[in-house]
Design a protein around this ligand. Structure first.
Ligand code: TYD
Ligand code: MG
Length: 465
């Protein structure tokens, strides 16, 4: 009999190594290699079938033909349905990832309760908490009386046998994939091989029965336990549940969706009775603004199809250090360096002797390049000590030449700004698209220096008034 082969698998990135090493050469993480058996892993199939089986031909088909609209089950929790692209898709697997304690179990308990009370069969399997704990949470959420079927179990084969009984469930929630283990793999629960094999088994179950499966996964920074990243490519959709410590709101962000748009967000607020939907996130992120403080600019952003207004705060202060500090929260620091460089090179604004701090209010994270203009405005405002007009929004991308480049969805951004009482906008000139439209005053600088001149000149204008 052949000696069972062993492999060392990086728990951070999943790369297999022939021998142990302190550092994974694929991802550069230290101490992440764990010995795992190769038998029974992904792709090897059940032990009995591993001998040379003859392939069976499948029927090839064409690209055109009948299509069915993905059948969905709608939870009625608007923000969740928005993030999933209109409800959970039958026969699909969805991964909900996030830091421990962010509220994944809370969200899914609420979703399970909402779906069950609409007459769907929902099975909630928890490998992390005891039944009593889950009941306690359900009570707190006011969901205790809904017909959700509950189990505390971690073995995949047992779970599959359990849900095969009775009517096929509409949705199966597995909290979390890190606790699941299958007889098919002989590594410890939580290792890459187990997580992959367990996820694979549940995905196969979803595809073959038409039930929707939700896998919960903890994101771990240390890579001690296999993170959800290793199953991202296997599932049909990936949602990340995010939030900043110290803030009560949570964002459910669509990262991957085979059945709908990505870049959607759902916004929630964590309260003592669970997660509450936030239908108008702009109001939340704008918070309590003080109109007269320099260094704050409101950015009219987009999240998927939805406009979101956020305040960008900059603090530019003389630096005692030889190399001034640059610190960014909520935005890309490389992008900040770029905006600073453009301001220096093309607008004559000097930051070399100044520390620069940039913060996106409320702990929100911006990924759009359209925020460039708002960042530049906040920086110049802080440096000059001149407050920007309180009723003005900013958006536009800055190119390295200092030109302001158009961005998508200008009309939607303006409409949202108008709804929230912003009467002015600083934006790229939009070519044929008419500006402002409905009573908003729009300033459309061709280059960044036009904006700098306008901000610097605002003092004189104030004095004239
Ligand atoms: P949980 O859903 O258990 O997080 P996860 O499954 O992502 O690990 O939520 C944990 C946090 O949420 C916990 O710190 C308590 C808080 N919480 C509330 O503030 N209100 C509530 O109604 C509930 C159920 C939880
Ligand atoms: Mg949990």
């Amino acid at each position: 009999m052949a000696k069972p082969r062993v492999q060392f698998i990086c728990q951070n990135c999943g790369t297999a190594h022939a021998r142990w090493a302190g550092k994974c050469d694929a991802c550069g993480e230290w101490n992440t290699l764990v010995e795992e058996g190769t038998s029974g892993g992904i792709g090897s199939g059940p032990a009995g079938l591993r001998s040379s089986r003859k392939g069976r031909p499948v029927t090839l088909t064409t690209l055109s033909g009948e299509i069915e609209e993905a059948p969905r089950i709608i939870s009625g929790i608007g923000e969740l349905d928005r993030a999933t692209g209109g409800g959970f898709v039958r026969g699909s697997a969805l991964l909900v990832g996030g830091d421990p304690g962010i509220g994944k179990s809370t969200l899914l308990t609420q979703a399970a309760a909402a779906l069950a009370s609409r007459g769907h069969r929902i099975v909630y399997v928890s490998g992390e908490e005891a039944v009593a704990q889950i009941r306690l949470r359900a009570q707190r959420l006011g969901a205790a009386d809904t017909p959700v079927e509950l189990a505390a179990e971690t073995n995949v084969e047992d779970i599959l046998a359990t849900i095969a009984e009775g009517k096929r469930p509409d949705l199966v929630i597995l909290d979390s994939i890190q606790t699941l283990w299958t007889d098919m793999a002989d590594s410890a629960p939580g290792t890459v091989t187990q997580v992959r094999a367990a996820a694979q088994a549940m995905i196969r179950y979803a595809k073959s029965t038409g039930a929707a499966v939700v896998l919960v996964g903890h994101v771990t920074k240390e890579g001690q336990i296999a993170g959800p990243r290793v199953v991202e490519h296997m599932v049909d959709g990936v949602l990340y549940f995010e939030g900043e410590g110290g803030h009560h709101y949570r964002i459910l962000r669509t990262v991957k969706n085979r059945f709908g748009p990505t870049d959607e967000i759902g916004v929630f607020e964590m309260s003592d009775k669970g997660l509450r939907e936030v239908a108008n996130p702009s109001e939340l992120f704008l918070g309590e603004r003080s109109a007269k403080a320099p260094g704050a600019a409101v950015f009219a952003g987009m999240e998927g199809t939805r406009p979101v207004l956020v305040e960008i705060q900059a603090l530019v202060a003389p630096s005692p250090l030889g190399t001034p500090r640059r610190a960014v929260v909520g935005w890309d620091s490389a992008r900040l360096s770029m905006v600073l460089a453009v301001l220096e090179a093309h607008c004559g604004v000097r930051f070399a002797q100044h520390d620069v701090y940039l913060n996106v209010a409320g702990g929100y994270r911006i990924t759009e390049p359209a925020a460039d203009l708002a960042v530049a405005a906040a920086l110049v405002s802080s440096l000059t000590g001149l407050a920007l007009p309180a009723d003005c929004v900013y958006f536009g991308e800055i190119s390295l030449s200092g030109a302001i480049r158009p961005v998508a969805h200008a009309q939607q951004r303006l409409k949202e700004a108008e709804k929230l009482g912003f009467a002015q906008a600083v934006m790229p000139s939009a070519g044929d698209e008419q500006n402002g439209g409905s009573g908003q005053r729009a300033f459309q600088p061709a280059t960044l220096s036009d904006l700098v001149v306008r901000i610097a000149g605002s003092k004189r204008r104030d004095a004239d008034d």
